[in-house]
Design a protein around this ligand. Structure first.
Ligand SMILES: C[S@@+](CC[C@H](N)C(=O)[O-])C[C@H]1O[C@@H](n2cnc3c(N)ncnc32)[C@H](O)[C@@H]1O
Length: 463
């Protein structure tokens, strides 16, 4: 830990803030994922319990709300932010998050940030940081939002982008996805994207029961619990691979794949885009209970390795697993019509899981959609070829963006005479306001259901 001197006094850097600064740098410079670099930073600085929680909120919250904070900082600095040294800007963002969104007293937020800048950059930069953060501290978040935003009636997207810290194109996509009936929920959705989601666990049926897991039962999935806090790895069933961390919406995708009504044979299931294996873990457990078996398929060999690890029980595959295959789902090496159930959990923009991936909103670009939509259609067509007549294909995305959801589903459905879009809503009768954009489809939302914004559509291959 760096220990700079300040006018003869030794300054001990606060390790939680130093860890958060390291995470911001890794995300900015190495394009790292917050969730992957945070644990290493916490370990490096020996942070546990409340200190680890503070550092986590500091890093994740700062990255999520960077759009708002940069507009605040731009109003407090008389040169463009692009001319501020990156390390100093990172520290200013951390200080701003503490001042405007965390319950840190102003003097502590400012002095700890100034110490960080002095230790990591220079005394001159520390003086600059001190002056800027004093200006930031003159208003609370609501006051700053008034100052930095345009009139929401004339510039609604720009207003929402600045007030809720999302890129403007993402605001537009989410507004369109909410549709006419949900339009007045846009603010609630954007605000939900800025919250740290609570950790949800899944008990893999037949291997663990949810009664042995800590936390409250999830409202919609019969297999989940919601933790109040604590490290999920300290839960024995999680450490033993009988339970796992999994968003409730993802649990519902696996459950719907397993429970979609099917006539006749129900023996062989396929997860076509399985990496890293969360849904495969639940699907395999459900398959085992029915005497069926799951093939988990994933294009990237490294991710197929993660799926394999998820599906191992001791040295062998867990019950219900037929195998794990590294294969491109658009050219999948399986006989057409061999599977009874197929899940296509398609690669997507992930704009429905922004709570979990603090940096994702700033990385995604509108152009990504073009490639992704092409791939999504190919994967769905391939899944429809692989399922037997009478079998079912569940298409899912962790994005509510219409070009990835309704457009993919209607274009593929419209082009094929051998499939029907089936009605998934009876399986979601207990989940209020979960109708999707196309009749029969389902759309979950963070602000309505506390889940990621999963989209689900069910296809049946005609006999
Ligand atoms: C949304 S993730 C799947 C998440 C997974 N079902 C789970 O619950 O853990 C999409 C996955 O599709 C994989 N993928 C991308 N292109 C693919 C392709 N052409 N064929 C098969 N998998 C592909 C990605 O590598 C990624 O692991």
């Amino acid at each position: 830990m760096a220990e700079p001197r300040q006018a003869g006094r030794k300054v001990v850097l606060d390790p939680a803030r130093a860890a958060a600064l390291d995470v911001l740098k890794a995300v900015r410079v190495d394009r790292a994922y917050t969730n992957l670099v945070l644990p290493a930073a916490l370990r490096h600085y020996g942070l546990e319990g409340r200190d680890a929680a503070f550092a986590t909120e500091l890093a994740s919250g700062t990255i999520r709300r960077r759009g708002t904070y940069d507009a605040v900082l731009a109003a407090c600095i008389d040169r463009p932010l692009s001319k501020v040294e990156s390390k100093v800007l990172d520290a200013l963002r951390l200080g701003t998050h503490q001042l405007l969104s965390m319950r840190v007293p102003d003097h502590a937020a400012i002095s700890t940030t100034v110490d960080l800048v002095r230790a990591r950059v220079s005394s001159g930069a520390a003086n600059f940081a001190n002056a800027v953060l004093r200006k930031v501290s003159q208003q609370d978040l609501a006051g700053w939002i008034e100052t930095i935003t345009p009139d929401p009636r004339t510039s609604p997207s720009r207003y929402a982008a600045l007030a809720f810290s999302h890129p403007e194109w993402v605001v537009d996509e989410l507004r369109e996805a909410l549709g006419a009936t949900g339009r007045d929920e846009l603010d609630a959705l954007l605000e939900a994207d800025n919250e740290n989601p609570r950790v949800t666990l899944v008990a893999r049926p037949g291997r663990a029961s949810r009664e042995e897991l800590p936390g409250e039962p999830t409202p919609y999935s019969p297999y989940g619990t919601v933790l109040e806090g604590g490290d999920p790895r300290s839960v024995p069933a999680v450490a033993e691979g009988r339970a796992a961390v999994q968003d409730e919406g993802s649990q519902l995708v696996a459950v719907a794949t397993a429970e979609a009504p099917l006539e006749g044979r129900d023996e062989l299931w396929l997860d076509l885009c399985a990496g890293p294996g969360g849904k495969s873990g639940l699907l395999a457990a459900l398959a085992a209970q029915r005497g069926a078996r799951l093939v988990a398929s994933e294009r990237l060999p490294a991710r197929a390795g993660l799926v394999r690890r998820t599906l191992l029980d001791g040295g062998a595959y867990a019950p219900g697993v037929a195998g794990v295959v590294a294969a491109d789902g658009t050219l999948a090496p399986y006989r057409p019509g061999v599977f009874d159930r197929v899940l296509v959990d398609a690669p997507c923009t992930g704009l429905g899981a922004l709570r979990r991936r603090p940096e994702a909103r700033w990385r995604r670009k509108p152009d990504d959609l073009v490639q992704l939509v092409l791939l999504q259609r190919q994967l769905l067509r391939s899944a429809l070829d692989l399922v037997r007549p009478g079998g079912v294909v569940l298409y899912a995305t962790c994005s509510p963006v219409l070009s990835e959801t309704s457009n993919v589903v209607t274009s593929v459905n419209g082009a094929r005479a051998d499939v029907d879009l089936a009605d998934l809503t009876p399986l979601f009768a207990g989940v209020p306001r979960s109708d999707g954009p196309v009749p029969g489809t389902v759309q979950l939302w963070p602000h309505r259901h506390g889940t990621d914004a999963m989209f689900l559509a069910l296809f049946r291959k005609l006999v």
